[in-house]
Design a protein around this ligand. Sequence first.
Ligand code: KIV
Ligand code: NA
Length: 268
Amino acid sequence: DVRRMTVPQLLACKGHRKVVALTAHNVSTARILDDYVDFILIGDSTAMVAYGLPNTLSITLEQIAQHTAAVVRGTQRACVIADMPFGSYQESPAQAFRSAAYLLEHGADAIKLEGGSVMATTVEYLVSRGIPVLAHIGLMPQYVNTMGGYLAQGRTEESAKRVMDDAKALEAAGAFGIVLEGLAEAVAANISSAVSALTIGIGASVSCDGQILVTEDMLGLSGSRVPKFVKRYANLENEMRQAVERYADEVRSSKFPELQHCFAVKKD
Ligand code: KIV
Ligand code: NA
């Protein structure tokens, strides 16, 4: 009997072993990740890697819910965490609860939302009503329009202090974990030892309690332009190109299909 990793089990990893996470939005990827990772995030980065949108802002709650359901169907043991899309939680704690409940109804075990101290009230509201929250601070892609780009955070003393204060406010509000994205290495390391919440780094520090990457980025499926913090563990684009090219050649030269791929007429 396979049991799915729970949020308390994730949190219990802190100080004992690293937490491994990747993103997924479909069954075929989720099925593979399930054998290797502790949690799978249905990121709002799905907007970019699956839909070709220019940023994460315009993916909807309904889309994230459907991708979450697909990932749940493809997995048995990884904890499944769904990103709260832009516009689905910033208005009020009640709006956030309704959106988060919708994602849990589609099989998510927890939700993730962006924002520091400004989200503390919302985090407390959700956690006290049964919804585990993974927070996300540092570089927050949903703030691209107010930031005017994707800029690493914590690189000045003032910024470092703001992010540390955010982490402490989220911990106090009851977030079980905090994604630290695009954050000065030393600041991410300091936060990881200062809070009891699980820190999950992406462009942060090896001292974080765990790491996450966008799967398409680390597999080489998201084009040639990737952030500095991405490490390429495969070049699946090349492999896919070779396979598709061979298929196209074999169809054009009548090499495929062969008889072994065809059905014979039944004789009676
Ligand atoms: O949307 C996403 O994929 C994320 C992770 C990279 C943390 O938020
Ligand atoms: Na995200």
